[in-house]
Design a protein around this ligand. Structure first.
Ligand code: ARG
Length: 577
């Protein structure tokens, strides 16, 4: 079988049947095998519908031709053509048992490695220096980390880069403020947001301070040593705050992944000069602009991407163009992914358009803005603290761990010494899962009640299923014997096995659409199938040692699938809950 994936295996057979009967070439994916929720049907093949028109036949004819040539007697019962031309397939029990058993020895649980690995640069997290991370950065961090894990697992080379906002005009006032107040003895700024706001307030109220700040920007850009040292102090201090958040969240980003805006500063001149040489720029209102094709405002006026301001300074767009050039030309990446909130969608579309016009973005590359919606409060408005302030990431994560207590089962099996670790796994897992389980493009409402619910589409539900699956062999007092095999006599066992075999498909669709929620949905279904199995199929009091063996095996697989699936999302799966 094609590494554990039942849908693709059946797709392969349908493809072969199509070639033999109608001389049509398709890939196993194009056979459109989908799990079916009809009673007694495991998979439905929809390819006849999509091919009929092209072949000038009616879909039932196509379906009949496929079924006539299908070599699948070992794997499926007699195929059945339903409705306009769906082919319903029911897996043979022995075949399903064999496939399930084969998963046991496979540490990848059937998930294939891609044939052609790509080198992928992924921009995620990317908070701003001298400001605390807000919930938008939290989303970018969680989604970016999950995508990094998924893409690596399927075999790609993934290079994360944290596009820190560490450069630009605000640093003039921040540095001047730092000069005024000095740093604490331990070189820390305890409250970065307050620091920023104080600087801002002084800038607006005190013309002398504003002048000094502007001069500071000039010194900073001119590379003045003393100014750079102060700037570095601010950057390092912020980076420490970010690093703390990453550690709490279990995010792999390190200082080595920092490619802040300042990193690209020395490349800006050459980048914009290249665009000028290519004849892509125009001077408009004193600023150097590119007007990429296809971007207009409501009145039909062309939209500019300002690449050099009238005063000669560079801004956000110029930096992103230099970033693009650096990762494609210097680092030779194939794909560029940007996990940034949806409000920046137009910015990225324009960057990509300019990069394409400049020949930096070719058909060999993929550049994707992986946008996401906002986190809302229970009132449906922007997520805020009860007092109406911005939610601080540090406080939110601390609360998550505290709140996790309510998701603990009444009779907890956790060793008191492990309690803090488990609370952390539940609390942080809940925050991540709530984020990942929603279609990322949509907004979602942040509610502790919902994200820590013991039953429902939550991480703790999956974590609980995993812990329970692991507890079974402890309760039975033995592990499966060496001669154990999989027996799928009960509907709940069959349904569970079928789910366990669908991890590869879930991972594939999560990767394909940069859509972690496809994987969470699968984990939820798996945990649900396990829970039915747990209720309906006794293990301790199984009717025979063979049946007990089989159920021990299935439980073991459940915990492997859930643990791996959660880990691909950056969520821990404690042994006991
Ligand atoms: N620092 C920016 C912000 O907070 C996000 C940067 C995203 N990445 C990029 N290459 N522009 O909005």
């Amino acid at each position: 079988m094609l590494r554990g994936d039942v849908g693709l295996e059946l797709g392969q057979r349908v493809a072969t049947a199509l070639r033999a009967s109608l001389g049509v070439e398709i890939t196993p994916e194009e056979a459109l095998l989908r799990p079916s929720n009809r009673d007694g049907v495991d998979y439905q093949c929809n390819v006849a519908m999509s091919l009929a028109k092209k072949l000038g036949k009616n879909p039932r004819e196509v379906a009949t031709a496929i079924v006539g040539a299908l070599d699948s007697a070992d794997a499926v019962e007699e195929p059945e053509i339903a409705g306009p031309g769906f082919i319903n397939l029911t897996l043979r029990r022995e075949w399903l048992e064999e496939q399930t058993f084969a998963l046991l020895g496979d540490e990848r649980l059937g998930v294939p490695v891609v044939e052609r690995a790509r080198r992928i640069a992924i921009d995620y997290s990317s908070p701003n220096v001298a400001k605390e991370m807000h919930v938008g950065h939290l989303r970018s961090t969680i989604i970016g980390d999950a995508l990094t894990r998924l893409l690596r697992f399927v075999g790609h080379e993934v290079i994360p880069h944290n596009h820190l906002g560490d450069w630009g005009t605000p640093f003039g006032m921040l540095i001047e403020h730092l000069v005024d107040v000095g740093v604490n003895a331990d070189h820390t700024i305890s409250d970065l947001n307050a620091f920023y706001q104080e600087a801002r307030k002084k800038f607006d109220a005190d013309p002398d301070f504003a002048t000094r700040s502007r001069q500071r920007v000039v010194s900073l850009q001119g590379g003045d040593e003393a100014t750079l040292a102060l700037w570095r102090e601010l950057v390092d201090e912020s980076a420490r705050h970010f690093q703390q958040a990453y550690a709490t969240l279990g995010i792999g980003l390190t200082a080595e992944d920092n490619y802040g805006e300042s990193f690209y500063n020395p490349m800006l001149d050459a980048t914009i000069e290249e665009l000028e040489r290519l004849g892509l720029t125009e001077v408009s209102d004193g600023a150097v602009c590119v007007f990429p094709e296809g971007f207009t405002n409501r009145d039909g006026d062309r939209l500019p991407l300002i690449v050099r301001k009238g005063d000669g300074g560079y801004g956000y767009p110029a930096t992103d163009l230099a970033t693009f050039l650096y990762w494609t030309r210097e680092r030779k990446v194939d794909d560029l992914l940007y996990v940034v909130g949806t409000p920046q969608s137009q910015h990225f579309q324009m960057i990509f358009a300019v990069a394409r016009a400049a020949g930096w973005l070719t058909d060999a590359h993929t550049a994707v803005h992986i946008g996401f919606g906002s986190i809302l409060g229970e009132d449906g408005k922007m997520f805020r603290t009860r007092a109406g302030g911005t939610v601080r990431l540090g406080e939110l994560l601390t609360e998550a761990v505290e709140q996790s207590a309510r998701a603990m089962p009444e009779k907890s099996e956790v060793d008191p010494a492990d309690q803090p670790k488990v609370a952390h796994a539940i609390g942080i897992g809940a925050v991540k899962y709530a984020d990942l389980s929603n279609d990322r493009e949509k907004d979602y409402v942040f509610t502790w009640d919902k994200m820590l619910a013991k039953t429902g589409d939550t991480s703790v539900y999956a974590q609980y299923a995993n812990a329970r699956a692991r507890s079974i062999s402890r309760k039975v007092g033995r592990t499966p014997s060496p001669s154990a095999r999989v027996i799928l006599g009960e509907p709940a066992e069959r349904a569970l096995a079928l789910k366990l075999l669908q991890l590869p498909a879930a991972v594939a669709s999560a990767v394909e659409g940069y859509a972690p929620h496809k994987l969470t949905a699968y984990l939820f279904e798996t945990a649900t199938a396990f829970s039915t199995f747990y209720n309906e199929c006794p293990v301790k009091d199984a009717a025979s040692p063979e049946l007990q063996d089989s159920r021990l095996l299935l439980s073991e697989l459940v915990s492997q699938v859930l643990t791996l699936g959660l880990s691909l999302l950056g969520i821990e799966a404690p042994d006991r809950l």
